[in-house]
Design a protein around this ligand. Structure first.
Ligand SMILES: CN(c1ccc(C(=O)NO)cc1)S(=O)(=O)c1ccc(-c2ccccn2)s1
Ligand SMILES: [Zn+2]
Length: 379
């Protein structure tokens, strides 16, 4: 069955593309804020025997031209130049200019890292375009804060914008869903003026909380007005309230926008006992949102993102991989290289913490009503 730009028929192909290779894991393991997370995620997925049911694909490096479809020449050529340098005092002020400072320390082989992370998400986008699969997964992608000409918020390259720009060449309407704790600001900004890409971001919105954008009245501009949806939330939200609101919003988005392809950033810093100590979700809550989107049977790209409790992030993305495969995973964490990280319970489930929930019923109603009102302007 051949889809078309406007109304892609359901691809007969039920393959699940899972993109990784050892080089990508090794480079991602070195990102200071998430040490060894890439390997923990991958080896847990492997330990649950999920790799037997996906099509594992080794990503290409993104070409320089592909990076330049979003990032500036200055930024990319700077990364190319510092790639092999030791962390020298040289270029110190240039590093600051390009965001390589405290939040995004300069990585060894940062250019290789950037090209392979971007290449992995682009490989997924190309596979969806070529209908080699209906669902593609890159748990080492989802870097939603990287800007055109600077690293930001632990993000060095915006693989999401690059993948959406590629998808946009073949799909008429791209829906971007950002489930990370933080507002997907740089992805919003990249598509804020176009009605071809609708971005929906659920995030913590609170004075002084990074990145500070994503208020309820952030709706986009120009021809893209009302094609940006911000869902600002408070600390302490739990699975049921989160997925109920998500469902109310996203089903309206589906009817009004009628996406032909969906990209979901599944940042796991929303889970209880993440060092960000903000939301109180479990993988079940994140899974309810992802399931809702998967039920539409559209070509779908799943990406990683934040998540600073490494074991819980691995639990969450293993659970989501199982969900995609229609497989319920056994609670006992299987023996594998990082088994001891899952103590003391060695269970797949994440228990909610006892945080105060500041999202009152009234607040949630206000948010839902404002978004419904904005969506009346779409279509
Ligand atoms: C740079 N910051 C970001 C940016 C992006 C993220 C993110 O996960 N985005 O998705 C998280 C923190 S930040 O200023 O809020 C922080 C830096 C270090 C932080 C931290 C470190 C340890 C425990 C709790 N918080 S927050
Ligand atoms: Zn985050």
């Amino acid at each position: 069955v051949v889809g078309s730009k406007d109304s892609p028929e359901q691809t007969e192909n039920n393959e699940i593309y899972y993109v990784f290779n050892q080089k990508l894991l090794q480079l991602c393991d070195q990102v200071p804020k998430i040490p060894k997370r890439a390997s923990m995620v991958h080896t847990l997925i492997e330990a649950y025997d999920l790799l037997d049911h996906v099509t594992p694909v080794s990503p290409e490096f993104a070409t320089k031209d592909e990076l330049l479809t979003f990032h500036s020449q200055e930024y990319i050529e700077f990364l190319e130049r510092v790639n092999l340098e030791e962390d020298s005092e040289k270029d110190e002020e240039l590093k600051q200019q390009f965001g390589l400072g405290y939040d995004c320390p300069s990585l060894p082989l940062v250019y290789d890292f950037v090209r392979l992370v971007a290449g992995a998400s682009l490989s997924c986008a190309k596979a969806l375009i070529q209908q080699k699969c209906r669902i593609a997964i890159n748990w080492n992608g989802g870097w939603h804060h990287a800007r055109r000409d600077e690293a930001a918020g632990f993000c060095y390259v915006n693989d999401i914008v690059l993948a959406i720009l590629k998808l946009k060449e073949h799909f008429n309407r791209v829906l971007y869903v950002d489930l990370d704790l933080h507002h997907g600001d740089a992805v919003d900004d990249a598509f804020i003026f176009t009605p071809k890409v609708m971005t929906v971001s659920l995030h913590k919105f609170s004075p002084g909380f990074f990145p500070g954008t994503g208020s309820l009245n952030r709706v986009g501009g120009g021809r893209g007005k009302f094609y940006t949806i911000s869902v600002p939330l408070k600390d302490g939200i739990k699975d049921e309230q989160y997925s109920d609101l998500f469902t109310r919003v996203i089903e309206q988005v589906r009817v009004k926008f009628q996406p032909s392809v969906v990209v979901v950033q599944c940042g796991a810093d929303t889970l209880s006992s993440d060092p960000m100590q903000s939301f109180n979700l479990t993988p079940l809550g994140v899974g309810q949102c992802v399931s809702r989107v998967l039920s539409w049977k559209l070509p779908t790209l799943l990406l990683g993102g934040g998540g600073y409790n490494m074991a819980n992030t691995a639990r969450c993305w293993s659970y989501l991989t199982g969900l995609v495969l229609g497989q319920k995973l056994p609670s006992e964490i299987p023996d594998h290289e990082f088994f001891l990280e899952y103590g003391p319970g060695y269970q797949l489930e994440v228990c909610p913490a006892h945080y105060t929930n500041y999202n009152t019923v009234e607040y949630m109603e206000t948010v839902a009503k404002a978004i419904t009102k904005n969506l009346e302007n779409v279509r």
